[in-house]
Design a protein around this ligand. Structure first.
Ligand code: TA6
Length: 304
């Protein structure tokens, strides 16, 4: 970060609570309040740590993650926008080029405001069209990300269509949770829901079990569900509740041993320490916004 940029960030710092510095190539916000500690990178508006007081770290962050420009951090909460996975043509966008999971997670976001309300730090970040998005055909949109960070974590992702044509997009808060042993956790809240099994030729299935347990690679977008999901970790002796609004897709992902071995930014046994539970709108739940329209998706994460 050059000295001018650093000087402009100084206005957002809050003594004893919010400090802004560089880590490797990226600008980092370090947060310490009475109720939690956290870290966020402006690249991707990527929250990488959140630890409420009296609890262990909630988010998984790969020890092999790189913190370099243009490469997504592995862990924390990457923001996926405006497509999920590989880009595919849809009713308002014929193109299928571009990086996996869109450009938001590798773009530089602007810090718009920072303030304390009671024990909570509120941050507001924005992503507007940039050179990369324009080259990919996304010229007129605005994404805002508001985070309320304290003993609970509240996230709101708002997308505005600033163009005079329809805007079709998918989105996800691709949250990596830290667990003691991914084969010992259970996930509550998805019973009876339909999902696509990406490990079985994308077949549409329905979850019969009340509680989901993970065995091997698991990659499932559950569609048409707004339900709260609870991650039970008997070894860490904690539950994590993920409630949400205006999100109809929940994704569960764990790469398992084989896929993890092929991932340069994960250590060999990292799949045991994480599970992604993602608040999203993807596949048939993707959003179509009329010109001028706004869509806001929220997620609330609590240790219970
Ligand atoms: O949300 C699940 C998923 O789409 C998986 O299919 C998967 O490979 C993963 O996200 C991670 O993607 P990434 O591009 O970050 O390696």
């Amino acid at each position: 970060m050059n000295p001018n940029q650093m000087a402009s960030y100084r206005d957002f710092e809050i003594p004893g609570i919010l400090a802004i510095d560089d880590k490797h190539e990226l600008t980092r916000l370090k947060i310490t309040t009475n109720t939690c500690s956290a870290e966020l990178y402006l690249q991707g508006a990527h929250l990488t740590q959140w630890q409420p007081q009296q609890h262990q770290q909630v988010l998984f962050l790969s020890e092999r993650s790189s913190f370099i420009k243009g490469k997504a951090i592995r862990g924390g909460i990457p923001i996926i926008f405006p497509w999920f996975g590989a880009r595919t043509a849809n009713t308002c966008d014929p193109r299928s080029d571009g990086p996996a999971h869109g450009f938001a997670r590798t773009s530089d976001w602007q810090l718009v405001s920072s303030s304390m309300t009671g024990d909570h730090l509120t941050l507001s970040l924005a992503l507007n069209a940039n050179e990369v998005s324009q080259a990919l055909g996304f010229e007129q949109f605005q994404v805002n990300y508001n985070l309320t960070i304290g003993s609970e974590l509240e996230l709101q992702l708002t997308v505005k269509n600033c163009s005079d044509r329809k805007l079709c997009f998918a989105e996800a808060l691709h949250t990596y949770f830290l667990v003691a042993d991914s084969e010992k956790i259970t996930i509550e809240g998805l019973a009876g829901n339909e999902y696509y099994d990406k490990t079985d030729s994308f077949k549409k299935k329905r979850q019969e079990e009340t509680l989901l347990t993970l065995r091997g690679e698991t990659d499932r977008p559950y569609i048409n569900t707004e339900a709260t999901v609870v991650l039970h970790d008997p070894v860490m002796k904690r539950g994590i509740s993920i409630s949400k609004s205006h999100s109809n897709t929940t994704l569960i992902w764990n790469p398992g041993a084989e896929l993890t071995a092929k991932m340069a930014d994960m250590s060999e046994d990292a799949w045991k320490q994480m599970v992604c539970i993602e608040t999203a709108n993807a596949l048939e739940n993707a959003i179509i916004l009329s010109p001028g329209a706004v869509h806001a998706m929220t997620a609330k994460i609590e240790v219970v």
